[in-house]
Design a protein around this ligand. Structure first.
Ligand code: GCO
Length: 448
């Protein structure tokens, strides 16, 4: 059995990671620009002013997607490209850029999946408190309305937020991502709530103003996995997936329970009662209005089983375990278990909005990029994905992260995630062997 005939095979990118095009006449500053300028924050002091230069190479990049046969392109819109100061005056150059991208995609029969927010908060809003200012959900509503007015006559697939657990936890708790703060738990709880309200207001604005019937997704990463050998182990892995670590904002459940069930996890309300922010009486209604898909970014996971005393045992990583260039364990089983656990809990159709691996790829002496690791990684992960679908889990699509080698946040350009190699000095693109394999899988509609 292969994949369903209407399975969506896509590729993903995010604005800050690939676009470049950062002249002050092209876009405003984002919080990531200032983070890159802060010594010691980004590997090698790398910045994304040019990155893969997607901004100036749209024709070429869309042509590559068309040649690969991808059916969908998930990209994000840069908020400071649309509103240089985050609110107020619209930058028509920014609207024109995405208009052109959408036009090119549709003329090649590639469906646009637009992420409204993938981390590049306008710097002007950061200095007003960013995600810790309750007004952030109103600011993002204003921005979303502009996207509806400008693009929703052609675009129907909208993803609200990408991984609040990263931009909130890494941005405001560990300080490893922009804006690099190490805030108190009380501020974290406020930022979590603001992000949830932002999701809700984006979804509401899309429903109210889209010119074509929209499909709305919320996307998070779900870093759980297991090799369960018994029902007890499966249950332990499931419990682990939906329990809260002390760094509560890094969990997925703190976002997905409110969005899909209309309330915070009970464990959160009990354990963190004393620091919870004031919530409006309508907040949960706004947060939990119906959307269409749960988006899951899946890369790796821990092996979990039940401990002898009935608790949860997270296994140590064995020495020499299989890992990618950034050290993430190769754990294709997560494609099965994380999807299954989420489907059991929420009953929502799933889109795998990201999956891929970082590699130390280079152009070999024959001029090609033979990325055997990524080829095997794709085959392994897709086999587990296929198994999940065959077992009845409603997974509608898969988006490979990433189309292009790009700026990997705090790790800069240290390693490469693309199906397409990018020479960061010249901008030249070379389709990797994995890109060719992915193209074959798409046209065969099964793992080959
Ligand atoms: C994330 C983001 C992507 C990353 C990718 C690889 O999950 O961190 O959505 O922007 O680049 O996941 O780390």
């Amino acid at each position: 059995m292969g994949f369903p005939t209407d399975f969506i095979w896509g590729v993903s990118t995010a604005s800050f990671q690939v676009e470049g095009g950062s002249d002050s006449s092209d876009r405003g500053l984002s919080v990531w620009d200032s983070f890159c300028e802060t010594p010691g924050k980004v590997f090698g002091s790398h910045h994304a002013r040019i990155s893969a230069d997607h901004y100036h190479r749209l024709d070429e990049d869309v042509k590559i997607m068309a040649d690969l046969g991808v059916k969908a392109y998930r990209f994000s819109i840069s908020w400071p490209r649309i509103l240089m100061d985050g609110t107020g005056r619209i930058n028509t150059k920014g609207i024109d850029f995405y208009d052109r991208l959408i036009h090119l995609l549709l003329s090649h029969s590639i469906e646009p999946y637009i992420t409204v927010f993938h981390w590049d908060l306008p710097y002007a809003l950061h200095v007003r408190g960013g995600w810790t200012n309750p007004s952030v959900s109103d600011w993002i509503e204003e921005y979303t309305k502009i996207l509806m007015d400008s693009f929703s006559d052609r675009v129907t697939q909208w993803i609200t937020l990408n991984e609040p657990q990263c931009f909130i936890n890494e941005g405001y708790k560990t300080g490893q991502h922009a804006p690099g703060h190490t805030s108190s738990d009380r501020e974290m709880a406020l930022a979590v709530h603001n992000a949830l309200l932002a999701h809700g207001k984006i979804a509401r604005t899309i429903r109210q103003h889209a010119k074509k019937t929209p499909r709305i997704t919320f996307t998070q990463s779900t870093p759980m996995s297991s090799i369960p050998s018994s029902d007890k182990d499966i249950d332990a892995a499931r419990r682990r997936q939906f329990s809260l670590p002390d760094a509560f904002a890094s969990s997925g459940v703190i976002y997905t329970d409110p969005i899909f069930k209309g309330h915070y996890p009970e464990e959160y309300l009990l354990r963190f009662e004393s620091i919870l922010p004031k919530m409006g009486s309508d907040d949960m209604k706004i947060i939990s209005q119906p959307i269409d898909y749960l988006g899951i970014n899946l890369y790796s996971g821990d092996f979990v089983s039940e401990s002898p005393d009935g608790g949860i045992l997270v296994h140590d990583r064995v020495p020499g375990h299989a890992k990618t260039a950034n050290g993430w364990p190769v754990r294709p089983e997560c494609m099965y278990w994380a999807n299954r656990f989420c489907y059991e809990r929420y009953g929502m159709p799933i889109l795998v909005t990201e999956n891929g691996m970082s590699g130390n790829d280079w152009i070999h002496s024959d001029g090609k990029v033979h990325d055997h690791d990524r080829i095997d990684h794709i085959r392994l992960y897709l086999s587990f994905l296929q198994q999940a679908i065959e077992d009845g889990i409603d997974i509608r699509g898969y988006f490979h992260w990433s189309l292009l080698d790009n700026f990997e946040w705090a790790r800069g350009y240290f390693e490469r995630f693309g199906l397409v190699y990018v020479d960061f000095l010249t901008g030249e693109r070379t389709i990797k062997d994995s890109g060719i394999l992915y193209s074959k899988i798409i046209s065969a509609n099964h793992v080959c």
